[in-house]
Design a protein around this ligand. Sequence first.
Ligand code: XMP
Length: 326
Amino acid sequence: DWVMGDYIAEAVASIRKQVGSDEVILGLSGGVDSSVAAALIHRAIGAQLTCVFVDHGLLRLNEGKMVMDMFAKNLGVKVIHVDATNQFMGELAGVSDPEAKRKIIGKEFVEVFQVESGKIKNAKWLAQGTIYPDVIESAGKGKKGAHTIKSHHNVGGLPEDMKLQLLEPLRELFKDEVRELGVALGLPHEMVYRHPFPGPGLGVRILGEVKKEFADLLRRADAIFIEELRSTIDENSGKSWYDLTSQAFAVFLPVKSVGVMGDGRTYEYVVALRAVQTQDFMTAHWAHLPHDLLGRVSNRIINEVRGINRVVYDISGKPPATIEWE
Ligand code: XMP
């Protein structure tokens, strides 16, 4: 529509003016925000943009391939794919505090960017998909001092020695506006209406210490949950339960409980399912998913993911709980 068309024209002009002939690098995470930022900046400056897609080993199932197909193959965006799984896992070993994990993941990201930006001649800007609610939450955190809510790694200053200026073209937009913008820029509907995914990824969905083994189990459980949400249609609205929820995912609990399988006793891990409905992600209700859907997801996870023998559903609202478990 013309309003979004005008917005894009204005944003494109402003990005071109800001950046001039400089090169820009952008960290593509697979989430909606960085994807829309990449599409917008690519529209403005084309080949002056290089995306750096860091696989920290904490992404969802098949996410790497999906991101590379969409941006590199379909849109012709320059994307450098870095597999930094071992580096991240090494740094996270033995660390169980949520904020400490976020700080490590954020720090590793910056380090990978420094290395990659060093390879891109004339890189002067680091673009990020920071949106308005991120800005608000960070401001609130500053005022509260020690009572930090969460350190979103994609908000805030960069180390002095990085020598890159921040380009954040989505800073004034709410989530629904970012999605509209993505559609107007030609991104696929399924991608743009994908649930948001936090920068630290599965790192904050594996409670306590992060291990590759846990990430592998969680990825498979999460993919089953998402698949069932997408394929289960609510009769009243005609929409899928994926579209009826704002965010849904599985959480790995490093707790073992007893179960039975055949004539054997099992002693395996627990997965919690989280699904919420919200407008602004500042407050949220737990989603009243149909019991048969929950039952199907539980059966499939327990039958298909060896190592998980119990599935629970989170019925906590925000506040007092947060959407993520860490
Ligand atoms: P909470 O858990 O605070 O989450 O209710 C609100 C929204 O923010 C996302 N989230 C993050 N996003 N880095 C991010 O980029 C983070 O560290 C982070 N922590 C939470 C969360 O997924 C939800 O959409």
